[in-house]
Design a binder for this molecule. Structure first.
Ligand SMILES: [Cu+2]
Length: 107
């Protein structure tokens, strides 16, 4: 019974995240240190995403062929892209190894 009491809130939490609606309005991804926040975000097609270099300088780089973007953003600057097609888009920073994030774009 104790195990069930622990399990039920966990299932409820997973369900809430799975059903979280995709963002309908502009999203900001913050680059700080060697991390993007949020690391994964879901948006609807047509939503503008802005990457902002909060601390440190970064690049917003697309994996080859996945989509087209490679922009340097010195500290304090930003760049944007509007995703019009559904799909999963991975982004990395060419300066900081492992600094990656993912956008899920829904129709
Ligand atoms: Cu970086």
């Amino acid at each position: 019974m104790k195990r069930l009491k622990l399990l039920l809130p966990a299932i409820a939490l997973v369900t809430v995240f799975a059903m979280a609606p995709a963002a309908n309005s502009a999203v900001v991804v913050k680059g700080s240190g060697a991390r993007w926040r949020p690391k994964v975000t879901t948006i609807n097609a047509g939503v503008k995403v802005t990457w902002k270099a909060v601390s440190g300088s970064h690049t917003v780089t697309a994996y080859k062929g996945a989509w087209s973007k490679n922009t340097s953003i010195p500290q304090g600057t930003k760049t944007s892209f509007t995703f019009k097609k559904a799909g999963t888009y991975n982004v990395f920073c060419s300066i900081h190894a492992g600094m990656e994030m993912k956008l899920r774009v829904k129709k």
